[in-house]
Write a protein that binds this ligand. Structure first.
Ligand SMILES: CC(C)(COP(=O)(O)OP(=O)(O)OC[C@H]1O[C@@H](n2cnc3c(N)ncnc32)[C@H](O)[C@@H]1OP(=O)(O)O)[C@@H](O)C(=O)NCCC(=O)NCCS
Length: 141
């Protein structure tokens, strides 16, 4: 797909990531896990699948999946740099995940704020009458 000045946006599955670019992307979105790089980087690198989006080589989006590999997948993180929102990058990353997990019995995630409309736009629906529950160390939600 084309981004600014007609330069391609590259979506990659299980590509390399560097600590500095990941932290910059997470900080740009005010995500608390940016302050835990010693946990965040291994978490992303050890994901069942990691999807990255790059514009002229610069990391502008990231998404990860954790899964049993057969039946259930959970999507913990999906974020796009705020300067690149509404260019279809989030949707492209979901499509990359869907190519791997689209046939799975259950695809789960937690969404709030504007992300709810995004996930609805890419096919997710509210999980019946369930109540989202967690033990969470951050304070941005
Ligand atoms: C949610 C997020 C990943 C969406 O990424 P994106 O690349 O901007 O989304 P896309 O351009 O692929 O949007 C696809 C469709 O989703 C919907 N959508 C996306 N963002 C939306 C918003 N802020 N409000 C309403 N609908 C939205 C629209 O229907 C959009 O299609 P359109 O632009 O043609 O109208 C991005 O806003 C983000 O990084 N937010 C902060 C982090 C976050 O909340 N992540 C999700 C929780 S894990």
């Amino acid at each position: 797909m084309r981004g600014r000045q007609g330069v391609e946006i590259y979506i990659q599955v299980n590509g390399q990531i560097q600590e500095r670019e990941v932290i910059d992307l997470y900080r740009a979105n005010n995500w608390s896990s940016a302050e835990k790089p010693e946990q965040l980087l291994p978490a992303l690198r050890n994901s069942h699948t990691l999807v990255t989006a790059r514009f002229s080589g610069v990391l502008v989006g990231i998404a990860n999946a954790i899964s049993d590999g057969h039946l259930v997948v959970y999507y913990p993180h999906l974020l796009v740099h705020p300067e690149y929102h509404r260019r279809g990058i989030g949707k492209k990353m979901v499509e990359a995940m869907n190519a791997i997990y689209g046939d799975f019995h259950q695809q789960m995630l937690t969404a709030d704020g504007d992300a709810i409309a995004f996930y609805q736009a890419v096919g997710f629906v509210r999980a019946g009458k369930t109540e989202p529950m967690w033990i969470y160390a951050g304070s941005e939600h």
